[in-house]
Design a protein around this ligand. Sequence first.
Ligand code: IDP
Ligand code: MG
Length: 137
Amino acid sequence: MQQTLVLVKPDGVRKNLIGEVVSRFEGRGLKISALKLMKISEAQAKSHYAEHEGKPFFSELVEFITSGPVAAMVVSGENAIKAVRGMMGATNPLDAVPGSIRGDYALSIGENIVHGSDGEDSAAREINNFFKAEKIF
Ligand code: IDP
Ligand code: MG
């Protein structure tokens, strides 16, 4: 059993894709263990993307993820981290296979619909960043 932090990013919320993303995970057999719509603060965004600090796209990344509400969720299940990453598709939607979320709904690397934790350590850190005070079912 694993837990992973998923965000439907502001572009995904604007495109009314929250239900589509949730439905794909549920259809696969993964569980939604926590879920909320929220605006990410600048500090929280910088912490979430700390590994990218110093890269040329960092400020753009923080600006974008704080530009509108996101749907934040904890997704749980067997090998949930790898399963979710596979369903998201490659970071650059142009490399993401059709059938993946990014391959079906995105065209640009800066606006690629979803975030999913990339490993157990980042999942624990990111879940703590978003759901520290909340119950995870
Ligand atoms: P991931 O979201 O697939 O894990 P990361 O490498 O962790 O990809 O990058 C985080 C986010 O930063 C990506 O989802 C993408 O939106 C953005 N990003 C990554 N690389 C670039 C880039 O070269 N230019 C602009 N944005 C980028
Ligand atoms: Mg990442």
